[in-house]
Design a protein around this ligand. Sequence first.
Ligand code: NDP
Length: 487
Amino acid sequence: MQTILNFIDGRFAPAASGRTIDNPEPATGEVYSTLPDSDAQDVAAAVAAAKKALPAWAATPAEERSRILLRVADLIDANLERLARAESIDSGKPLALARSVDIPRAAANFRFFATAILHTRSDLHQTGANVLNYTLRQPVGVCALISPWNLPLYLFTWKVAPALACGCTGVGKPSEVTPMTAFLLSELLAEAGLPPGALNIVHGRGATAGAPLIEHPDVRAISFTGGTSTGAAIARAAAPKFKKLSLELGGKNPNIVFADADLDAAADAALRAAFTNQGQICLCGSRVFVERPIYERFVDRLVEGARSLRVGDPLDAATQQGAVVSREHHAKIAAAVEQARRDGARVRCGGGPPSAPVSPRCADGSFYLPTVLTDAPPTCAAMQEEIFGPVVTVTPFDTEAEALALANGVRYGLASMVWTRGLDRAHRVAARLEAGIVWINCWMVRDLRTPFGGMKDSGVGREGGDEALRFFTEPRNVCVQLREHTP
Ligand code: NDP
């Protein structure tokens, strides 16, 4: 049994109350570690440590902050295997995915922001002959950094790295469902020489650890990634206190395939976009719209692909589909598919757990087969609400206008995909999709300099590149009146 601890002021500690939460391995259902069940008392200690560390860390030259963060990146690389295994055990995702995507990206997040801060510049506005305005960008202060369970270290570091790079200090609260790699990261931060208190990590539940963190009067900015309803609760709590807010929330992303597309490439990408990480990525393409002449062929391809994905023990190198993150989440996915059936959808493959255990070790694990649904009415829950599991709907369309109406006909607006060989159409549709990200003839191609985030109920604000640097700093206009030279 492993014991996860809080990281406060450079020291490891259990929750002040002594209470713990059991942490099961999704692939087996067995509790393999415990984490602190932190509450307002632990949060207060963590925020106090961050506040104390702020002046010195903010005043540390960018070159020195950069050196420390680059060391963190190197340490993540050096611990790739250990972190990937920990992520796989904690979340149920295939080890191969954690090794090739999650952990390398965590290192890349640190490296990217460690070097970005060496290349910034600020604005200067000359006003007439005798007035100069320049903009100072200073760290926003103590930040709350709250992340979800689907890409645990990847998304946690996507917040931690820019906050620290900009000279902010903070308190991180990883999801209680997947706390392990954030705990391991705290060891690496200490090893890299991050000053005590610059980043504190408090483990625990959203209601008892997350809520006091966002409400704490000394927290000036909140960077949150998670579900839309949690985001709404956070926005309600933060608004009267005028905290800076970045909310990256849910998605119900459309994937539009026109008949002139490269069908092989589109079908392969649709399969990956639907089922990577068991469909538990906010950017997954969970609604596929296919132009009618190629619809049946496309459905056949997708079903064949879904059936061929190897569902198995996440630690097995050949596994392509691991466990979903918890028993509770498994039940939610199953209920959503049952509702879709009642709403008239046809289950073309999957639609339940595997008929036999994927391995003896995983007999009590939370596995769900890759599921393709057709004939779902556009207004039904399966087409409107996030399932966040290995479930995709496929729907035919006849015109570009209809595809756009279907794609935009949800409350979310995070990511979208367009498959076509028509240049005009690609750009026309990209400009009309209500989404923060449009991928044309690709999926999940990421450049960390680009703005990342969603519109509508998918969130407020953007992460990545300059957007993140702007979020974690406060602009200050300095206006200088120059006096005439009198010899
Ligand atoms: P949740 O909203 O349930 O939780 C996200 C984080 O917030 C967790 O750390 C959670 O803690 C914490 N939390 C919960 N309630 C509160 C509260 N009242 N105050 C402060 N913190 C709180 O999301 P999930 O973890 O279930 O993640 C899945 C969701 O995340 C999906 O909707 C997905 O689309 C979205 N997501 C969005 C992304 C984007 O970039 N737009 C990327 C990835 C995921 P705990 O878990 O301990 O309860």
